[in-house]
Design a protein around this ligand. Structure first.
Ligand code: G1P
Ligand code: ZN
Length: 547
């Protein structure tokens, strides 16, 4: 084994986005590209703690290039002074499981290889992110430091050596580096068993009048769902669909929404619909929840979990507080108000929940983008959300639809939709946002159709724990009565820009709570495109995706 220092040159585009560095596989495969970023991570964290004494956790969602990247990271970790790596067998770890493993083994942190719900394969996407010792994504200060290192890097260090076998569980020595290959599922499954009433869920899943399906989308949650749902909880064989993680996710888009989980959707539709359906994404942190002929918005899901949390053993003593990202609907705020809980509004991205969770200010949190989680880890957690729902269904003995309708009766319904304009030009998107930002100053008080603007701004967030400030987190137009229109640009795309428009309004009249959200929100939807001149700046007449 030989230590080598490789001369390199900086790449200008290694700025981590909403969730780590995400690029095309081809870009990552260029000479030095991956290595530069890893070396920048190591340079940025050096000196914070001792590399040699604590472990670094490494794993990913199994997408194309996952294994190659792990071998490179290992060869660099050795020369950079790490003493121990904990790697998921075959390089696999779901994002929430990686977070759980970092916490359980009190690791220094972890490197997660994933581009989440983005497609995989040689022509698709890859990604890397660094998580810190709390199990959560690096904060903005650290991601900025990594970026700065990447801009001036001129060399990196690694060893020249044979690859190691990632398929055998157990400890092995890679020169001075000890490498523990662990079962990727066991620790996570144990944690779920501590939080949820497995006995009751088992009774539900084995009863003749309850049918569920979980769509693992050929991605990482397959092995987790097989172990937990089918083996431990006794769900019938075949409950888990698309259970085998594939490097290209079977050519599909591993994003849990109605468009990409069509078979699941079919099984939850019509006269013979199953009772409960769920799906997770590429790396296992997202979730979609369905009832028979019924779709639960992620914003509503968070509110329902908060309202029913004390039915679940892990949360039986109640919640310290809740948080949602700014564009997520205000449904959970209403629950918090009723339960007298603090409720925080953070910028988009899970990293903003980390401090609140660490400080014990919140127990549950979520995003409209199919993300829900709690203080059990520092990532959103897809299967956790599914088990939470199953626990509630087992205790209440009611259908998903009944639970939602009762919830709306009590709190009102927050009609909600998100419209995405994908792969628009960067220039057009930037001009649109700049124009909107200027417009916010003149909107307050205006009557627009049947809505009056109460205020408009560019959302800025001051972290209540460390007082760090994050600016330009999205344009908000807040109407009297609580309706909102929000605009922001995606920070996770790999092609052009994606404009996201989030629209919501609150309906307290129980007779008006069963409309299609696109109808219920149609006036606001029109206003949203007029105000931002979406067609003018993007050339688009309609969104590519509506959720
Ligand atoms: C998207 C979601 C955001 C989520 C992120 C990572 O980011 O909108 O809520 O945290 O993916 O899963 P965006 O592309 O909007 O920046
Ligand atoms: Zn994900």
């Amino acid at each position: 084994m030989k230590n080598i220092t490789v001369d390199s040159h900086p790449f200008a585009d290694q700025k981590p986005g909403t969730s780590g560095l995400r690029k095309k596989v081809k870009q990552f495969q260029q000479p030095h590209y991956l290595e530069n970023f890893i070396q920048s991570v190591f340079n940025a964290i050096r000196g914070n703690d001792s590399f040699a004494e604590k472990a670094l956790v490494v794993g990913g969602d199994g997408r194309f290039y996952n294994r190659e990247a792990i071998q490179i990271i290992m060869k660099m970790a050795l020369v950079n002074g790490f003493g121990k790596l904990i790697i998921g067998q075959n390089g696999l770890l779901s994002t929430p499981a990686a977070s759980a493993v970092i916490r359980k083994y009190q690791a220094f942190g972890g490197i997660i290889l994933s581009a989440s719900h983005n497609p995989g394969g040689p022509d698709a996407d890859f990604g890397i992110k660094f998580n810190t010792a709390n199990g959560g994504p690096a904060n903005e200060e650290l991601t900025e430091a990594i970026f700065q290192h990447s801009l001036s890097i001129d060399r990196y260090q690694m060893v020249e050596a044979e690859d190691i076998d990632l398929s055998q569980i157990g400890s092995q020595q890679f020169d001075k580096l000890s490498v523990d290959i662990i079962d990727p599922v066991v620790d996570y499954a144990d944690l779920m068993e501590q939080l949820f009433d497995f006995q009751r869920i088992r009774e539900l899943l084995t009863s003749a009048n309850f049918r569920m399906h979980f769509d693992a989308m050929n991605a990482i949650t397959g092995p987790y769902a097989m172990t937990i749902l089918e083996q431990k909880l006794g769900a019938p064989a075949g409950t888990v669909l698309r259970a085998e993680p594939l490097p290209d996710f079977g050519g599909d888009h591993p994003d849990p929404n109605l468009a990409h989980a069509q078979d699941l959707h079919k099984r939850l539709s019509g006269d013979h619909a199953a009772d409960f359906g769920a799906a997770s994404d590429g790396d296992g942190d997202r979730n979609m929840i369905l009832g028979a002929n019924f779709y639960v918005t992620p914003s509503d899901s968070l509110a329902v979990l908060a309202a029913n949390a004390t039915l679940v053993p892990g949360y039986k003593d109640g919640l310290a507080g809740v948080a949602r990202s700014m564009p997520t609907s205000q449904a959970v705020d209403r629950v918090a108000r009723q339960l007298n809980l603090p409720c925080f509004e953070t910028p988009t991205g899970w990293k903003f929940f980390g401090n609140l969770l660490d400080a014990g200010k919140i127990t549950l949190c979520g995003e409209e983008s199919f993300g829900t989680g709690s203080n059990h880890v520092r990532e959103k957690d897809g299967l956790w959300a599914v088990l939470f729902w199953l626990n509630i269904l087992a205790v209440r003995g009611e259908s998903v639809e009944d639970i939602l309708k009762q919830h709306w009766d009590k709190f009102g319904r927050d009609y909600y939709t998100r419209h995405d304009y994908e792969a628009v030009t960067n220039d057009g998107a930037e001009l649109l946002m700049t124009a909107l930002r200027e417009k916010t100053q003149t909107l307050a008080g205006l009557q627009l159709g049947s809505y009056q603007v109460e205020s408009a701004d560019d959302f800025a967030y001051t972290d209540p724990v460390d007082e760090s400030i994050s600016q330009h987190q999205g344009i908000r137009i807040l109407m009297r009565g609580g309706s909102r229109i929000i605009y922001r640009l995606s920070g996770t795309g790999t092609e052009g820009a994606t404009l996201r428009v989030y629209i919501e309004s609150h309906e307290t009249d129980i007779n008006k709570q069963s409309e299609d959200p696109q109808n219920a929100l149609s006036e606001l939807i029109d206003l949203a495109s007029q105000i931002a001149k979406i067609n003018h700046y993007t050339g688009r007449n309609k969104p590519d995706v509506m959720t």
